[in-house]
Design a protein around this ligand. Sequence first.
Ligand SMILES: [Zn+2]
Length: 69
Amino acid sequence: MTIYIIESLITYHSLWKQFRWLVSLKTTHTGEKPYHCSHCGNSFRWLVSLKMHERIHTQEKSLSNVPSV
Ligand SMILES: [Zn+2]
């Protein structure tokens, strides 16, 4: 009886591991570049790279908005 429970637990665990692995594969495939630039639509894999990229746009803005004094 206990052996049966342990065996079923092991099968459940391996199935769960397989399921998690498949989910991780799916998410990494579909969400390869989940961060999109709101200015030009460029996509980035990391939020840091998006933030670094967005700096270009904000700099462009600040440069174009420089008051001609
Ligand atoms: Zn951009």
